[in-house]
Design a binder for this molecule. Structure first.
Ligand code: ZN
Length: 215
């Protein structure tokens, strides 16, 4: 039997913890439903979560009675509304993505896998206070035509058609940010040209490597 949306959300946050993307209660995730979305609750350690912990919210941002959604529910809602082709959002404060995000800079095309995010860089959204409309607006902007972005002085967001796809993007972004962090220790970082990145995008599209089977 297929997992329910709440079970898929639980499995995702458990996998985020196993992958080392989350510590404590910092990560959260959401999945689109027909008339709203399900989001992880506020301030519950992952080992205490179960499928019934997940919080249903309508598109107005009203949670089901008696439940408290993640304090970041606003950008989950706004991203799902802005990106109808996407069905899931994953947010982490993972070590390397957050380290680069604290520098407030975009991740340039130092490696061809940057293309998996959907462009020639991973944008970093300007800092805004967590939970605010300002943060949500800047996240939606930074995600334009992309499957992930960094949030300055905060963390990262990844999106996908499904939760496993969003999680796979988050894992890839964390890998890329660790590699970029290591390169920054060594000095000048050499980048791929826009022509080389164009070839990568064409190859990904042609083979469906990331567009279909994996992501
Ligand atoms: Zn956060």
């Amino acid at each position: 039997m297929n997992a329910t949306p709440a079970e898929q959300l639980l499995q995702t946050v458990q996998k985020m913890a196993q992958a080392g993307l989350n510590k404590g209660t910092s990560g959260n995730a959401s999945i689109r439903l027909e008339d709203g979305f399900l989001v992880t609750p506020s301030g519950v350690p992952v080992e205490q979560l179960n499928a019934t912990s997940m919080v249903y919210m309508d598109w107005e941002g009203r949670p089901e009675a008696g439940k408290k959604p993640s304090s970041e529910w606003r950008f989950h809602r706004d991203i799902l509304l802005a990106r109808p082709e996407m069905g899931a959002v994953v947010h982490t404060h993972s070590m390397f993505a957050t380290t680069i995000a604290c520098m407030g800079c975009n991740v340039p095309p130092f490696h061809y896998m940057i293309a998996t995010v959907g462009g020639d860089d991973i944008r970093c959204a300007p800092y805004a206070l967590f939970g605010t409309q300002d943060l949500s607006d800047s996240a939606v902007d930074a995600l334009h035509d992309r499957k992930a972005c960094l949030l300055a002085h905060h963390g990262m967001i990844a999106v996908g058609k499904t939760l496993p796809q969003a999680l796979a993007i988050a894992v890839e972004v964390e890998n890329l940010c660790e590699q970029y962090w290591r390169l920054l220790q060594l000095g000048e970082v050499k980048l791929l040209t826009s022509e080389q990145m164009r070839e990568v995008h064409a190859q990904f599209t042609g083979y469906g490597q990331w567009g279909k089977s994996q992501l």
